[in-house]
Design a binder for this molecule. Structure first.
Ligand SMILES: [Zn+2]
Length: 207
């Protein structure tokens, strides 16, 4: 497929970090379909302020956030607005896949770093380590809950090739995102994730 100007690729099972200004837009694209991207963010003016699953779900009064919904920080300030979403199903409840999760749930003898390790690795230049990685906004992740028992199911993503979500930054942010490493979350095929930054002044990021 042709790749739009300024689009960058995150290779399978890896992560990236980037900085956004208020008003910039981050477009996260699933180029092949059925691939999750974990996203987290911190306020650049005080890195103790982070993207909060609990606040966002509470204020939206629903689990599944899509176009028009706002993602809040732990300090109840808007960090992102979802301005466009061609997939419509994402998860904001489960922690990023991790070394220990691969050992417990997948029986790997020596678990891979997973999204948790990849997010922390990408955020190391900002001094943010593994213990500070919160529940991520799991873009394209398809999690279902039994309404009676609350049993959790991780299902293949609903995203098709080329599906994307467009997020407007509402404050200066450092953002990290991954191409997720968990088999169950990605229908057991590890694929890349593409992203593009559209600067508020109309520029396309080429770093
Ligand atoms: Zn993951």
């Amino acid at each position: 497929m042709s790749v739009a100007a300024g689009t960058e690729r995150i290779p399978p099972c890896s992560g990236r970090a980037l900085e956004l200004e208020a008003g910039d837009t981050l477009v996260i694209i699933d180029p092949e379909g059925e691939q999750v991207s974990d996203l987290t963010a911190f306020a650049r003016e005080d890195l103790a302020e982070y993207l909060s699953s609990g606040r966002s779900i509470d204020y939206a009064s629903k689990l599944w956030l899509t176009t028009g919904d706002v993602l809040y920080s732990n300090r109840s300030r808007p960090m992102f607005t979802i301005v466009e979403d061609t997939c419509g199903r994402h998860d904001f409840t489960l922690t990023p896949c991790s070394k220990e999760m691969f050992e417990r749930l997948y029986g790997e003898r020596k678990g891979r770093p997973g999204c948790e390790g990849n997010l922390a690795g990408a955020l190391a230049p900002w001094g943010i380590g593994r213990d500070r990685i919160p529940v991520a906004f799991n873009v394209f992740m398809h999690v279902a809950f039994d309404p009676d028992s609350g049993a959790v199911s991780v299902l293949p993503p609903r995203s098709r090739p080329g599906d994307f979500i467009r997020l407007r930054a509402e404050m200066p942010l450092v953002v990290a995102l991954t191409a997720c490493s968990a088999g169950q979350s990605n229908n057991f095929r590890y694929k890349p994730i593409d992203f593009r930054i559209e600067r508020r002044d109309g520029g396309i990021d080429r770093r």
